[in-house]
Ligand binder design. Structure first.
Ligand code: NAI
Ligand code: SF4
Length: 517
């Protein structure tokens, strides 16, 4: 019998290691020889630990598998009909998976993260091979044509950034992968690094070759210890097999990649703070220009991209720009890894071409609130994202459609709340978060966020409507100042969750709907 059980840290957090041990023990007791492969997670997190069994029809699943149930599942597998309360049937037929368009996460759940052979057997390094055939300009053109935009949140066209770095003259260039995934509700970067590290390494390699970089860093937040350890091992394997180092794959090109750990600051996900941190200084935002693409790490041209942007590149090179462009809508091309979290029945990873609605994501995939209560709101794009009301859930998940309703898609994290949540407290939390995480460089953010908490407190404590109106007016003005006067997105975007919460849910603030518009 050949089983698969994820080694992903989210699966381990809910007991995957104990379940694996219990299954192995149960097999010994029954005198059975079983193989339990620790593969990556499929991202169906509400089913973790998700046990899979190879059958002639495909993989069948059992989940969530507690250690206590391991023996009975084994019994069911050995029985005539395989029936068990945890039985899920064929994994590929589960609607949650069957409806997805997995390019980034095509190997999720199928391969062992640190097996380069598994990676190669599942199409790995075909992108690099094609990039080497196309040459540097050809590879860059392919990414430009694909329409790929930065997946960290800002959605800047990746190919244009590559062109800027490539055309900058310098003795050395860098590529830096931003793996400081700090948004609430997001976990796709972590899942990818833990589950398919060679995909990221291949993506960085193609990008580095195309822009002329010879050194690269993967800046991983320190909370992602398992991802960092996996990457370190994967880098060593890639180096050993000639996929990194001098003369990689006989191309005559050199690339060295290293992992660097952050130290727990949200602002180090902002690209210039991250560069400061990489250079050994305190994570503080640098004024732009110069853009990192022109003068970045150690003053050299630097290609900075989020994990998912770089991990999209091998598929684009392997299958061609037209294939990739075929997914998505409008100017949002390709697929996006949406991450469903918070109070949601079926939390997990949903990779689809841009264009499905937020409602499809929360209701069809997510199944509504885990508490069984009605959904009150969803925050899309991290702690700096807008709160959307259920009436807005038909908005298509694409960059432009979200911008049109005053929201942002960001990194694709979605946090769902039920009707017991007080949105005034969530608005206060956003200001408090900004005050905690501000790098302190500019006044609107450093001082404004602290004043913002105070104004919200006064608004909520106000005894009459006139005083509430005065405080609301102050809050609105303060938000305007933060929006226009902040140096970076932390101070600039904090007004988004604050104002969207107040405008969407004025009753929670004791405000008259007529004055919040
Ligand atoms: P931005 O719009 O200033 O820049 C986006 C990227 O494009 C940067 O790498 C920038 O250097 C580059 N760029 C801009 N113009 C360019 C040009 N002409 N040539 C070459 N490159 C150019 O946005 P920023 O401040 O880097 O990011 C803000 C976003 O970050 C927000 O929208 C938010 O969604 C997201 N965010 C993501 C988080 C996460 O955990 N993934 C956390 C917090 C914010
Ligand atoms: Fe620093 Fe905040 Fe200013 Fe950004 S907005 S530079 S985090 S003080």
């Amino acid at each position: 019998l050949s089983f698969h059980l994820p080694c992903d840290s989210a699966a381990r957090a809910v007991g995957a290691d104990l379940s694996a041990q219990a299954l192995a023990d149960a097999a010994v007791r029954r005198g059975l020889g079983v193989e339990i492969r620790r593969n990556s997670s499929r991202g169906l997190y509400w089913l973790e630990p998700l046990l899979e069994l190879d059958t002639p029809q495909g993989r069948v699943g059992f989940g969530p598998l507690t250690a206590e149930q391991a023996d009975s599942v084994l019994g069911a597998v050995l029985g005539a009909d395989g029936q068990h309360p945890l039985a899920l049937g064929l994994l590929e037929s589960l609607p949650y998976l069957a409806g997805q368009q997995r390019l980034l996460f095509a190997r999720a759940g199928l391969t062992r993260p640190l097996s380069l052979d598994d990676y190669l057997d599942h199409g790995g390094y075909r992108g690099l091979a094609h990039a080497l055939e196309l040459g540097e300009e050809g590879a860059l053109d392919c990414v430009l044509e694909s329409g790929l935009r930065g997946r960290g949140g800002a959605a800047f066209p990746a190919g244009l950034k590559w062109r800027t770095v490539r055309e900058a003259a310098a003795d050395r260039k860098y590529v830096v992968c931003n793996a400081d995934e700090g948004d609430s509700g997001s976990f796709a970067d972590r899942m990818l690094m833990e589950g398919d590290p060679f995909l990221l390494i291949e993506g960085i390699t193609i990008a580095a070759l195309a822009v002329g970089a010879s050194r690269g860093y993967i800046y991983v937040r320190s909370e992602y210890a398992a991802a960092a350890a996996t990457l370190e091992q994967a880098l060593a394997i890639a180096r050993q097999r000639g996929y990194l180092g001098p003369d990689l794959r006989g191309s005559g090109r050199e690339l060295e990649l290293e992992v660097r750990l952050g130290a727990g600051a949200y602002i180090c996900g902002e690209e210039t703070s991250m560069l400061e941190s990489l250079e050994g200084r305190r994570g503080e935002v640098r004024a732009k220009p110069p853009l990192p693409a022109v003068s970045g790490l150690f003053g050299r041209p630097t290609l900075v991209h989020n994990v998912l942007t770089l991990a999209s590149v091998p598929t684009i090179l392997a299958r061609g720009a037209p294939f990739y462009r075929d997914f998505g809508v409008g100017r949002s091309r390709g697929t996006m890894a949406f991450q469903l979290a918070g109070n949601v029945r079926r939390g997990g990873l949903v990779e689809r071409g841009f264009g499905l609605s937020l409602r499809e994501l929360i209701e069809d995939y997510g199944g509504g609130c885990a508490s069984g209560r009605p959904v009150k709101a969803a925050q899309v794009g991290g702690p700096l994202g807008a709160w959307l009301r259920p009436e807005q859930f038909d908005t298509a998940l694409d960059y432009e459609a979200f911008a049109a309703v005053g929201a942002m898609l960001g990194h694709g994290g979605v946090v769902v709340c039920d009707d017991s949540v007080d949105m005034a407290r969530m608005a206060r939390f956003a200001m408090r978060f900004c005050a905690e995480e501000s790098c302190g460089k500019c006044t609107p953010c450093r001082i404004g966020s602290t004043r913002g908490v105070e104004v919200i407190d006064r608004l909520l404590a106000a005894g009459d409507a006139a005083e509430r109106g005065r405080q609301w007016s102050l809050l609105r003005d303060l938000c305007e100042t933060m929006r226009h006067g902040s140096l970076c997105a932390l101070g600039g975007l904090t007004p988004l969750p604050v104002l969207s919460a107040a405008r969407g849910f004025p009753a929670d603030f004791g405000l008259d709907p007529a004055i919040v518009e």
